[in-house]
Design a protein around this ligand. Structure first.
Ligand SMILES: Cc1cc2nc3c(=O)[nH]c(=O)nc-3n(C[C@H](O)[C@H](O)[C@H](O)COP(=O)(O)O)c2cc1C
Length: 233
C-alpha cells in the first residue's frame, strides 16, 4: 500500500489542463492500486509563504537553539516537509509560466528543500558536501503549456527550463525517478490542443495503470527505466 501526494499548482480551476490530468492520473492509479491513499495539496489556490529573513534564521539555527518564535516561523515548512516525507509517490500538476514553474510552486520548493530535513551539508566533505535525505520515492509530473515543441529535439527544447529544474531540485534532495506527461498547445486550441490532450491521456493510461509495487531500499525497480523518462507531447 502506497501513499500518494497529489499537488496542483495551476491558479486556474476548471479550465486547467494540468489539474485535469493530475485528477485523471490519480483516478487511473487508484483503479489499479485500490488500497493506496491520497493526500492533497493545492499550491495554485493556496500558495505557501515566501522565504524571508526570519525563516532563514530559523531554518539554519541548530534545532536545540530555536526559540518559540522560530518554531512558529517554520511551522508551515515543517508541515509541508512532513507531508512530503510521508508520501511514496508524488503526482504534480504544473503550468509552464515563462518557461519555468509558477512562483507558487517555487515557493513550495523553497519550503521543502530544508537543511537537516531533506538535505544535509558537510563542509568537510569536499567531494560531496550536500547529502540528499529523501529516498525511495517517485514523481509523476503533468505539465501544461501554451505552446509545444519543448521535448528533447523539439523546436523550443532549449526554452524548457521546467523539466530540467524539477530533475535538478528533486535530485538534490534525493528523488531521481521522475516521469513527465506533457500537454501542449493551450494557446492554439482546436485540433492541436485536442491531439495533445489525447496523447497525454494515453500516456497516463500507460504509466498510471501499470501493475506496480514500490521499490524496496537498494532494489532496482522495473519501472526505474530510462524509457519512462521520455517526454510525450
Ligand atoms: C503568466 C503565464 C505565463 C505563461 N508562460 C508560458 C510559457 O512560457 N510557455 C508556454 O508554452 N506557455 C505559457 N503560458 C501558457 C500556459 O502554460 C498554459 O495556458 C497552460 O495550459 C496553463 O496550465 P493550466 O492549464 O494547468 O492552467 C503561460 C501562461 C501564463 C498565464
Amino acid at each position: 500500500m502506497a501513499q500518494l501526494l497529489h499537488i496542483d499548482a495551476s491558479p486556474r480551476s476548471n479550465r486547467s489542463h494540468s489539474r485535469a490530468l493530475t485528477k485523471e492520473f490519480v483516478d487511473t492509479w487508484l483503479a489499479s492500486h485500490p488500497a493506496d491513499t491520497v493526500a492533497y495539496r493545492d499550491v495554485g489556490h493556496y500558495p505557501p509563504p515566501h522565504v524571508d529573513e526570519a525563516w532563514i534564521a530559523a531554518a539554519f539555527a541548530p534545532p536545540e537553539e530555536r526559540t518559540q518564535q522560530m518554531l512558529e516561523t517554520l511551522k508551515s515548512s515543517d508541515d509541508l516537509v512532513d507531508e512530503l516525507l510521508a508520501a511514496d509517490i508524488l503526482v504534480i500538476g504544473l503550468p509552464m509560466y515563462n518557461f519555468g514553474v509558477p512562483s507558487s510552486f517555487k515557493a513550495y520548493i523553497d519550503q521543502i528543500v530544508r537543511i537537516r530535513r531533506t538535505f544535509d551539508f558537510d563542509p568537510d566533505d569536499h567531494e560531496h558536501p550536500y547529502k540528499p535525505l529523501v529516498h525511495g520515492k517517485r514523481i509523476f509530473v503533468m505539465v501544461a503549456t501554451g505552446d509545444s515543441g519543448y521535448e528533447s529535439g523539439g523546436r523550443s527544447a532549449e526554452l524548457n527550463h521546467l523539466d530540467p529544474y524539477l530533475r535538478t531540485i528533486f535530485g538534490f534532495i534525493g528523488v531521481t525517478n521522475l516521469t513527465f506527461v506533457h500537454v501542449g498547445n493551450d494557446e492554439f486550441g482546436g485540433e492541436r490542443l485536442a491531439d495533445s490532450l489525447l496523447n497525454a491521456r494515453a500516456r497516463i493510461a500507460e504509466v498510471a495503470s501499470t501493475p506496480d509495487r514500490l521499490p524496496v531500499k537498494g532494489e532496482r525497480h522495473a519501472l526505474i527505466d530510462p524509457g519512462f523518462h521520455e517526454t510525450a507531447n
